[in-house]
Design a protein around this ligand. Structure first.
Ligand SMILES: Nc1ncnc2c1ncn2[C@@H]1O[C@H](COP(=O)(O)OP(=O)(O)O)[C@@H](O)[C@H]1O
Ligand SMILES: [Mg+2]
Length: 293
């Protein structure tokens, strides 16, 4: 990780060109170009189902895009998520993924496996190689826990952390791979306003460490405070991209959001539709929910 704290924008860290992702007849992402430069925080917003998480999955090797190309620092990314992490892109997930029965510290140590030659299994099984590298790794992991504000909970089990702290732990684990680009998928989902503010500060601090950030979030205040640039996805396509003021004032963006019911306040019609669908659907069919594998 670079210790340079100046904010230099310029060199392209992420360069996604013409990314398209189809699932059968559904085009979830259509011909999307997006660049992230060093020193930048870029936002990706759009209504539910717009393709934001699918786009992240295309950037991180979870999905191989149907069309298009993704480069990280000039090199085309390998189509495997662990190789993408090793190349320098780390992420958090919309649905938190931690090792629930491991401690907070152990979760971060697992995040370091792409940076220690001992590897993941050695870390999990605590083989002889692991013990040698352990001291240095623990020190770095504790530094990261301190950075996100969880140092005093290092020995707690991950599952016992409150929700907001689990999100912070996911960020610490992602940082443990020493990325040059961090992708955050709805990092403040389920947080109260104070936790959201703290997360905002944390993202600025990450950027100040020289890590570029691409963040998906529904909280518009969070996005517009934070981001140097914001891209808007609607039905898989990039509708507009610009600075916060430009995007905020764009009528098409407002229309795209007003076209869908606001989260948490479905109208009677939507509620009736959902009820009817649930009554007729087989119980294991919940498409589009757990799609961020
Ligand atoms: N693995 C998948 N198989 C089929 N359809 C998918 C898959 N992943 C996502 N989708 C569909 O792609 C669309 C975009 O979903 P998603 O990327 O999760 O949107 P967002 O993150 O913007 O809410 C949705 O219609 C969703 O159901
Ligand atoms: Mg999503």
């Amino acid at each position: 990780m670079t210790t340079d704290t100046t904010t230099v924008t310029g060199t392209t860290v992420l360069d996604a060109r013409g990314v398209t992702m189809r699932f059968g007849g559904l085009t979830a992402v259509r011909n999307v170009d997006l660049q992230v430069n060093s020193g930048e925080i870029v936002g990706l917003i759009g209504p539910n189902g717009a393709g934001k998480t699918t786009f992240f999955n295309c950037l991180t090797g979870l999905y191989i895009p149907t069309e298009g190309e993704v480069r990280y620092k000039g090199t085309v990314l390998p189509p495997k998520s662990f190789k993408v992490t090793a190349a320098g892109i780390a992420r958090t997930f919309q649905n938190i993924r931690l090792f629930a029965n491991m401690t907070v510290l152990e979760n971060v140590l697992v995040g370091r496996h792409t940076r220690t030659k001992e590897g993941l299994w050695s870390a999990l099984l605590r083989g002889p190689g692991f013990h040698k590298a352990e001291a240095a790794s623990r020190e770095r992991a504790m530094e990261l826990l301190d950075f996100v504000g969880l140092a005093n909970k290092a020995e707690h089990l991950a599952r016992n952390l409150p929700y907001g702290e689990q999100r912070k732990l996911e960020i610490a684990r992602a940082l443990a791979s020493e990325p040059g680009l961090l992708l955050l998928d709805e990092p403040t989902a389920g947080m109260n306003p104070q936790e959201t503010r703290a997360t905002e500060e944390l993202v600025f601090a990450i950027r100040d460490k020289g890590i570029a950030v691409l963040v998906i979030e529904h909280d518009m205040r969070f996005i517009f405070n934070l981001c140097d640039r914001v891209a808007v996805l609607v039905q898989g396509e990039k509708l507009i991209e610009g600075d916060s003021a430009t995007v905020q004032g764009d009528e098409r963006v407002i229309a795209a959001y007003l076209g869908e019911p606001f989260e948490g306040t479905p109208g009677d019609e939507e509620a009736a539709e959902v009820e009817a669908a649930e009554a007729s659907a087989p119980s294991d069919a919940t498409p589009g929910k757990e799609n961020d594998r």
